[in-house]
Ligand binder design. Structure first.
Ligand code: 5RP
Length: 218
């Protein structure tokens, strides 16, 4: 099975975590696209979705799934999203698709985060994938110097403006041994909107697609 087929496999498996009649939180990315398509094809009728990006909103609406504003709900039972990296504790790096801020907001509304990914995303320690950080543009140079002190090399993602009008720094050279402490520290730096380490909002379940099928990590 190739990577696209693995994404379809976990996208279909995630439909089992959706309760008919409820509102589902929906992430962003190519794996989530597979989930949206699978949900639409499944016949499972949800009351609606809270979306984490314009991209997912468009796909949900095209599939006939109503999209609600995050401000209209007080909580969600489940949030389904992909990841750029996930470790054995459910800690993740996210933001490869530049949607990390809204992803963290919607994930925070949910009781359960179900991560869907192919097995290439499972890592022993976070940091090999360049860490996305959404920032206020005027802080770019200052934050680049701060990351350099941690051994990271930060680069502004060219040509990208997020759904919130922010810019993205991609930081290479980090090894994130303590994701909770790292997220807490970097989140306080002036100019950081959202750091792409999801530790406080970690995955409770990971559906990992591999050649042997879908493995469920909890
Ligand atoms: C978007 C994300 C995505 O979940 C992450 O980049 C994985 O994407 P894909 O499913 O396309 O591999 O965090 O901001």
């Amino acid at each position: 099975m190739n990577q696209d087929q693995l994404k379809q496999l976990v996208g279909r498996a995630a439909v089992d975590y959706v309760t008919p009649g409820q509102i589902v939180g929906v992430g962003t990315g190519s794996t989530v696209d597979c989930f949206i398509d699978a949900l639409a094809a499944s016949g499972v009728k949800v009351a609606g979705a809270v979306s984490s990006s314009e991209r997912s909103t468009q796909r949900l609406l095209k599939a006939g799934i109503p999209v609600l504003d995050a401000a209209e709900v007080t909580g969600l039972t489940v949030y389904i999203d992909g990841a750029d990296e996930i470790d054995g504790h459910g800690f993740m790096v996210k933001g490869g698709g530049a949607a990390l801020t809204r992803e963290k907001i919607v994930a925070d509304l949910a009781t359960k985060f179900v991560c869907i990914a192919d097995e290439s995303k499972l890592v022993p320690v976070l940091g090999k994938f360049p860490l996305p950080v959404e920032i206020i543009p005027m802080a770019a140079a200052q934050l680049t110097r701060r990351f350099a002190k941690l051994g990271g090399v930060a680069t502004v993602r060219a040509g990208v403006v997020t759904d919130n009008g922010g810019h993205i720094l991609d930081v290479t050279g980090l090894s994130i041994a303590d994701p909770l402490a790292f997220e807490a520290e970097v989140s306080q730096w002036p100019g950081v909107v959202t750091v792409g380490v999801f530790a406080r909002n970690k995955a409770q379940v990971c559906l990992l697609g591999g050649t042997g099928g879908v493995k469920t990590l909890t």
